[in-house]
Design a protein around this ligand. Structure first.
Ligand SMILES: NC(=O)c1ccc[n+]([C@@H]2O[C@H](COP(=O)([O-])OP(=O)(O)OC[C@H]3O[C@@H](n4cnc5c(N)ncnc54)[C@H](OP(=O)(O)O)[C@@H]3O)[C@@H](O)[C@H]2O)c1
Length: 231
């Protein structure tokens, strides 16, 4: 796959999965805009200093002004929306603030970035969008105990499929991946006794994302692709 001359926005690009996605894109010749919230994370970012990375401090991507800043002046070939976060919590223990935090961080941020990307890509004549859902978005029963997260990621899945129908004729192919628990340092630390060999590696999930975002993806759209590995 060749991303030479292509610009890609990667939200959540300084996180565990995002770092793998950005690394893969850079290796294929892309330039990347990577918004981040926390300076410490930007300092740790493995691709900091790469001349083809445009790191950009933003507040919260659930905020329209922050999203407008990310997309100002760029015409992305692809926009990859990884930003999001997980929280456990039964419905009985989830107040409105906790619900809204899950919806904002996972769904509203994704929606606003899709909207900005679509407006830029329609003018450019097409492009690729890849969102990141999660396994419970496809398997609702598995979302018990994490219902707010499940609702938010199910929204990301529905957004992906409906938006794909809206913009296919504009040459924009929209897809999502739905990872199971990935092999990240945070998950290893939270679940030290789990069989980590079963978990998909972030580089493996990144490979699926990068294909969906690439010019080699000519016809795939409206898919929410399970990336479960052996789990
Ligand atoms: N890890 C898993 O096992 C797993 C499984 C299924 C799905 N997923 C999904 O995959 C994605 C990446 O997961 P990960 O493990 O790589 O997580 P991660 O390391 O925590 O990275 C997530 C990134 O998104 C950013 N972010 C979150 N909310 C944001 C917001 N409202 N505005 C701007 N940036 C925001 C975070 O910034 P801060 O550091 O500033 O918060 C961080 O850089 C997430 O959407 C997650 O829900 C993960």
């Amino acid at each position: 796959m060749d991303f030479s001359g292509k610009h890609v926005v990667v939200t959540g690009g300084t996180g565990a999965l995002g770092t793998a996605v950005v690394g893969s894109l850079l290796g294929m010749g892309a330039t990347c805009t990577v918004p981040y919230r926390h300076e410490a994370e930007a300092q740790r970012f493995a691709h900091r200093g790469d001349p083809n990375v445009r790191l950009m401090a933003v507040s919260d991507l659930a905020d329209e002004a922050a999203v407008a800043k990310v997309y100002a002046g760029v015409t992305p070939w692809a926009s990859i929306h990884i930003a999001g976060g997980f929280a456990m919590g039964k419905v009985a223990d989830t107040d409105k603030a906790a619900l809204m935090a899950q919806l904002d961080g996972n769904l509203v941020s994704c929606f606003l970035c899709c909207r900005a990307a679509v407006n830029a890509m329609i003018t450019a004549g097409g492009g690729r969008i890849v969102n990141v859902a999660a396994r419970p978005a496809l398997e609702w029963r598995s979302g018990a105990g994490m219902t707010a997260y499940t609702i938010a990621k199910t929204g990301v899945a529905a957004l992906t499929v409906a938006l794909s129908e809206e913009v296919a004729k504009d040459g924009i192919l929209v897809n999502a991946v739905a990872p199971s628990i990935m092999d990240t340092p945070a998950n290893r630390s939270a679940m030290p006794k789990a069989d980590h060999a079963l978990w998909p590696k972030v580089e493996e999930v990144a490979a699926t994302i990068v294909f969906l975002a690439s010019p080699d993806n000519r016809v795939t759209r409206g898919a929410v692709v399970p990336v479960y590995g052996k789990a």
